[in-house]
Design a binder for this molecule. Structure first.
Ligand code: NAG
Ligand code: NAG
Ligand code: NAG
Ligand code: NAG
Ligand code: NAG
Ligand code: NAG
Ligand code: NAG
Ligand code: NAG
Ligand code: NAG
Ligand code: NAG
Ligand code: NAG
Ligand code: NAG
Length: 490
């Protein structure tokens, strides 16, 4: 067709039009769901926690990695319907709980996902004046408040994993960890180890607090100090072996709170995350692959505890025992929706769609990128969509009724009248009803729980804001340590 080659732009259009043909043999990514940890931050022992400059750099590098992998014109696994340089908000969903560190991380991430576009983002007014937004055409991508109970308010200010979940049975279950033989034996056997480190931490922890009970907060305090403090009291005590032991004890402690194979409700945050992943990817899978107004880039920022709960539920520890460990700052798990089908103007047949799970321990932009791992104790890293959904649905919680049943909550949003389930209908055994009931209308239902939690979170957030604006220093009395975990172990 020589006529279409008359002008350069037509040639480019032709090239674009024929591009899908040349990738028939290749794989296309239809969309991604990413769960992301925040970057380096200050210690939990002195709330409010804050993202550090180092942390911002880590998250920025990660955002740039995702840009170079999925978004940029020359991206290696480019999602073809997604805008390359000027962000189209309908294609991007970024969420984070009301939390200094996670909200900031999400904001920084968007800055490198779609960097300032300079002259390309200029706009011309009616009177002919050309305008450009500040910072060389900075792009404003909203970070929405997280829409779930998975990682509710102030996660990073809270030392205790289930602090924000609001899920009654999960709180009880996690507290049960403190009476398990595994916990009690470790508490006893590590007494001397922790006592020997008291000179390092005695400005912040009392000797009574200096035990395995506070394994995470002690690790966090020392870990943050190792990164940021040029001098640490009695630092000669902190040998590599000691640091390793501090970290692995923290891993053990947090895993114990996050997951128990015989008590699935403990992993409620992972189950809710699974529900969100399913809903998001389902929407992307059903959309016409060339549609330009579908959310294909989904990013949620959340706490390490949610990673652990999900790793347990998805049996990733079978793929690699390293999944028992707390993920590093700015880590990300990614679910790629992929297909080998030719992308046309009809939705891809679900039987031609697969899902691949990938992980970066630490910032993908710093540590060399993503690695694929098999989910659910299987051997394949690329799972057919139907296998993926049926495995995820074994533990995913995608609606309010399932959540209320699993959590054993019966008041507030879980009040039968609020749920429209009539009185006294749902008092079933929590852990046996933890899966998605199937059927539609899930997102509306979940919005109920979400709404309630968000309201609470917003109130707390405003309080913090008022204190900041008022110039008051927010120093919580229960700082570090013992506080929450101890007082909430019923
Ligand atoms: C993609 O393009 C950008 C800017 O145009 C360039 O900096 C980058 O090196 C390119 N990446 C690859 C993998 O070619
Ligand atoms: C055009 O409109 C903008 C915004 O109202 C104004 O700031 C600018 O001065 C105008 N330019 C001219 C040449 O009138
Ligand atoms: C669930 O029940 C617990 C304990 O009664 C309560 O603290 C929590 O706020 C409830 N969660 C919701 C979302 O209503
Ligand atoms: C796991 O749950 C079971 C059943 O509730 C309980 O017996 C066991 O102590 C729990 N283990 C831990 C480490 O919490
Ligand atoms: C605690 O550990 C000591 C030795 O480290 C042991 O003698 C003692 O029996 C342990 N106590 C319990 C309750 O496990
Ligand atoms: C902490 O321990 C060091 C070394 O044992 C001691 O000199 C110091 O007085 C202790 N500080 C506090 C606040 O207890
Ligand atoms: C590190 O410095 C911070 C801020 O000055 C301080 O609060 C913290 O206690 C120090 N860490 C140690 C182990 O001394
Ligand atoms: C301790 O670990 C650091 C970082 O991994 C390493 O550079 C250093 O050589 C190690 N020190 C010893 C004594 O093994
Ligand atoms: C998405 O979810 C709906 C409602 O649960 C279901 O009918 C549909 O088959 C799902 N789509 C795919 C591609 O699995
Ligand atoms: C990530 O790195 C940390 C060490 O910083 C380790 O404890 C953890 O097991 C690693 N996780 C995975 C899945 O590699
Ligand atoms: C696409 O085809 C390649 C080569 O046959 C294969 O390795 C890959 O797993 C396929 N991807 C999907 C999503 O089926
Ligand atoms: C995890 O996967 C392994 C390997 O397939 C399997 O042996 C094990 O039973 C699975 N664990 C759970 C809890 O499903």
């Amino acid at each position: 067709m020589p006529s279409t080659l008359r002008v350069a732009s037509s040639a480019m259009l032709l090239a674009l039009a024929t591009a899908p043909v040349s990738v028939v043999a290749d794989e296309s990514v239809l969309g991604i769901y990413v769960f992301h940890r925040h970057g380096d931050r200050t210690t939990k022992s002195w709330p409010p926690t804050m993202l550090t400059a180092l942390g911002a750099d880590q998250v920025y590098a990660s955002g740039n990695y995702f840009r170079e992998r999925y978004v940029a014109a020359n991206a290696s696994s480019r999602i073809s319907a997604v805008a390359t340089d000027i962000a189209v908000l309908a294609q991007i969903a970024v969420t984070a709980p009301v939390d200094n560190v996670l909200q900031s991380s999400a904001n920084v991430f968007t800055q490198s996902l779609y960097p300032p576009a300079g002259t390309a983002a200029q706009q011309t007014l009616a009177n002919g004046t050309v305008t450009e937004s500040p910072f060389s055409g900075y792009q404003y991508i909203p970070v929405n408040i997280v829409s779930s109970a998975a990682s509710a308010s102030g996660s990073e200010d809270s030392e205790w994993l289930q602090g924000g979940s609001g899920c009654n049975n999960a709180i009880i279950s996690s507290n049960n960890y403190f009476s398990s033989s595994s916990y009690l034996e470790t508490l006893n056997s590590t007494k001397d180890f922790y006592a020997s480190l008291l000179p390092v931490i005695n400005t912040t922890f009392t000797s009574a607090q200096d035990t395995f009970k506070n394994a995470y907060t002690i690790y966090d305090y020392v870990h943050v100090s190792e990164i940021h403090n040029a001098t640490i009291p009695s630092s000669d005590l902190l040998t590599n072996d000691t640091l390793f032991q501090l970290q692995t004890r923290a891993d053990q402690h947090e895993w114990g709170l996050a997951y128990n194979s015989s008590d699935p409700v403990r992993a409620i945050s992972g189950a809710v995350l699974a529900g969100q992943i399913l809903q998001s990817l389902n929407t992307t899978a059903r959309a016409v692959p060339t549609a330009k107004s579908t959310a294909r880039l989904n990013f949620q920022f959340g706490a390490y505890g949610t990673f652990m709960s999900f790793f347990g539920l998805a049996n990733l520890t079978a793929a690699n025992p390293e999944f028992y460990g707390i993920v590093d700052y700015a880590s990300a798990i990614v679910f790629e929706l992929v297909t080998n089908a030719t992308l046309g103007d009809k939705a891809v047949d679900p039987s031609d769609i697969s899902v691949r799970f990938l992980f970066s321990n630490g910032s993908a932009g710093v540590n060399g990128g993503l690695t694929a791992y098999p989910l659910f104790g299987q051997s394949e890293v690329t799972l057919p969509w139907n296998t993926f959904t049926s495995e995820m649905n074994k533990f995913a919680i995608s609606n309010t009724i399932s959540w209320c049943n699993a959590c054993g909550n019966t008041t507030g949003v879980c009040d039968p009248s609020a749920l429209g389930t009539g009185s006294g209908s749902s008092s079933g055994n929590a852990s046996t009803t933890s899966s998605n009931n199937g059927g539609g209308g899930v997102s509306r239902a979940v919005a109920g729980v979400i709404g309630a939690l968000v309201t609470l979170a917003v109130i707390l957030g405003l309080e913090a804001l008022v204190m900041l604006i008022g110039g008051l220093r927010v120093v919580k009395k229960n700082v570090a340590v013992a506080g929450k975990a101890a007082s909430s172990s019923a």
